[in-house]
Structures are given as structure tokens and as C-alpha cells.
Design a protein around this ligand. Structure first.
Ligand code: OGA
Ligand code: MN
Length: 206
């Protein structure tokens, strides 16, 4: 856990394969796959209460906020609580709140390059992603592409943006990704398979 925290502090992100319990991920995968993916339902809101918009050109996914309504959700939230305590202990982040949703990205779904924090009451400090897919192949697409932050970061539409190194993560079950919500741009590449995940955010307010 110290290594994960140091990775997050040094690079702005950390990726850990096989972090979560495999059986729990399987149960959460079933919950995610049960989310409807019909065309009318696939426009996920960008942001939550604050500035809630539907923008199918930015993101196509079906989401449901975790509410401890299943034992797998309770187990995931307990794992997130351990992460929160460890991050506070190792990095003195003072994280208080956590919210997370299941997401099912349909075939052809994606999420354009973005950062996760937004101005609001519960500003997001650390993003957590957990993947819930078995035997994900490179040909399935749907990787998370991360651009490590740097002091010379360019805006998204800057011509030299494309030259900055990025890093792709396959959404394989039980993989954990942590990112600093305010400084790490990332995107979900177009997925050729239904893609199940949980995205969550630690905030400095409860
Ligand atoms: C998000 C997000 C990444 C992923 O929901 O904000 O960036 O790989 N998700 O699902
Ligand atoms: Mn994001």
C-alpha cells in the first residue's frame, strides 16, 4: 500500500492488477451487466448533481450509483474505506467522502478525454477505478488511456498534445487504478465489447 501511495504521489496515478477480490468482482460484474444498454439509456450524466448534463458525444455508458443495496457493493465500499484510510495515512490527503457508480459501457461506447474534478461542494481529489471484465483482449479496445501530469501540460486541443506520452490500461477484472482527480487527464477508448467497471471518487468533504 505504501508503494501504491508513492506511485500516486510521484506519477499522479497507480495501476495494480489483481487488487480486488475476484469473487466480489464477479458479483459486481453481474450487477453491471444487468444495467440496461438500450439506446435511450446509455447517456451517462457528466458530473452528479452539480452541472449534470447528458452528452452522448462525450460519453456513452450506463451507470448506477452504489448504495450498499447488495453484499458485493458493501464489500466494495469496505475495500474503498481501507484505501481511503491508507491514502490518508501515507499521503496526508485528508480524504473524507466517497461516492462510486457501476458503469456499463456498451459496444461502441467510450468516454472522451477529461479530468474528474469539477467545481462543487464535494470536489474530487482521488479517482478510483475497478474493472470487472474477464479475459479482456487488446482487440476488445476499451482501454483506459492516462496522460501522466507534467508541469508543461497542454490543453486538450493543443497541437503538441498528441506527442505527450500516454499509458493504456486494459480493463481486466480486479485491476485497481488510482488517479489524482484534478491533474490527470484520461479517456476510455472505444470499446468493442460490453465493458463493466466501477468509478469512484474520494473527496475532501464527506
Ligand atoms: C470516469 C472514468 C474510467 C474507466 O468514470 O470518470 O474515467 O476506465 N472511467 O471506466
Ligand atoms: Mn474519469
Amino acid at each position: 500500500m505504501v508503494a501504491i501511495s508513492e506511485g500516486l504521489a510521484t506519477h499522479g496515478y497507480a495501476v495494480v492488477a489483481d487488487y480486488f477480490d475476484a469473487r466480489m468482482c464477479q458479483r459486481l460484474q453481474h450487477e453491471a451487466l444487468a444495467l440496461p444498454t438500450d439506446a435511450a439509456a446509455v447517456d451517462a450524466g457528466i458530473g452528479r448533481a452539480e452541472g449534470h448534463t447528458h452528452a452522448a458525444d462525450i460519453r456513452r455508458a450506463r451507470i448506477r450509483w452504489l448504495d450498499s443495496s447488495t453484499s458485493a457493493q458493501v464489500e466494495f465500499l469496505a475495500a474503498a474505506e481501507l484505501l481511503r484510510l491508507a491514502l490518508n495515512r501515507n499521503l496526508f490527503l485528508g480524504l473524507l467522502g466517497f461516492e462510486a457508480h457501476l458503469a456499463l459501457t456498451p459496444v461502441g461506447g467510450f468516454y472522451a478525454r477529461h479530468i474528474d474534478s469539477f467545481a462543487g461542494r464535494r470536489n474530487r481529489i482521488v479517482s478510483v477505478v475497478a474493472y470487472l471484465n474477464d479475459a479482456w483482449q487488446a482487440a476488445d479496445g476499451g482501454c483506459l488511456r492516462i496522460w501522466p501530469p507534467s508541469g508543461t501540460d497542454h490543453p486538450p486541443d493543443h497541437p503538441t498534445r498528441i506527442n505527450l506520452a500516454s499509458f493504456d490500461v486494459r480493463p481486466e477484472s480486479a485491476t485497481l487504478v488510482l488517479m489524482l482527480s484534478e491533474t490527470v487527464p484520461h479517456q476510455v477508448l472505444s470499446s468493442l465489447r460490453p465493458r463493466a467497471s466501477i468509478a469512484g471518487w474520494f473527496s475532501a468533504r464527506s
